[in-house]
Design a protein around this ligand. Structure first.
Ligand SMILES: [Zn+2]
Length: 168
C-alpha cells in the first residue's frame, strides 16, 4: 500500500520598509513593513504548487496590518525596494527621493486610469437604469438586488429618486 500525504507549507518573503504610519492599534509611529506569504501545497516536503499569495502590510511593533491586493502590493514593493537600496547605501538620499517621486507619479497615473474606468462603467450603468421602466427598477431594487451588480443598484436607486422628484 502506498500513501501520498500532502499538506500546506508557508513561506514568507519580507520586502522591508515602505512608509511611515501612525499605527491605530499601538499608536507608535513606524515604517510599516511589507510581506508576501506564499502557501504551497507540498508532498513529502517538496513544494508542488502555489496555492495562495497573501500580501501583508503591517506595523512592525504590534503586527497589526492590512491585506493588500496584487496591484497595491506591487506599488508598495517598488517603494520598499527603493528604501532598501538606500539603507544598504546603494543609492544616495537624492536618488532615493527622485526614484520615490517617479514611483508615486506612476502610481498616481495608474490610479487615474482606474478611476476613469470606474467612471466610464458608472455612466453605462446610469444609462442602462434610465432605459428601464419605474416598475422594473422597483422590482430590481426591492426583490432582485442580489442578482445585479452593486454599481447598477446604486444607479437604479438614483434613477428612481430622480423620477420621484420630477413627478412631485
Ligand atoms: Zn502597531
Amino acid at each position: 500500500m502506498f500513501f501520498i500525504f500532502g499538506w500546506n507549507h508557508q513561506d514568507t518573503t519580507s520586502y522591508g520598509h515602505v512608509e511611515e504610519h501612525l499605527c491605530q492599534n499601538c499608536h507608535n509611529r513606524e515604517f510599516w513593513h511589507l510581506n508576501k506569504i506564499t502557501t504551497y501545497f507540498t508532498v513529502f516536503f517538496i513544494p508542488i504548487f502555489i496555492q495562495e499569495n497573501c500580501y501583508w502590510y503591517y506595523c512592525p511593533t504590534c503586527n497589526y496590518g492590512i491585506k493588500l491586493d496584487k496591484d497595491e502590493f506591487l506599488n508598495y514593493k517598488s517603494i520598499a525596494e527603493i528604501n532598501s537600496y538606500f539603507l544598504e547605501n546603494k543609492i544616495t538620499e537624492e536618488d532615493r527621493i527622485k526614484k520615490l517621486d517617479e514611483t508615486y507619479s506612476n502610481i498616481e497615473k495608474a490610479n487615474q486610469l482606474k478611476k476613469a474606468k470606474i467612471i466610464a462603467e458608472s455612466k453605462n450603468w446610469v444609462e442602462l437604469a434610465s432605459k428601464k421602466t419605474t416598475n422594473e427598477l422597483l422590482t430590481i431594487i426591492n426583490e432582485e438586488r442580489n442578482e445585479f451588480n452593486p454599481a447598477f443598484i446604486i444607479a437604479a436607486e438614483i434613477e428612481i429618486k430622480k423620477r420621484n422628484t420630477i413627478n412631485k
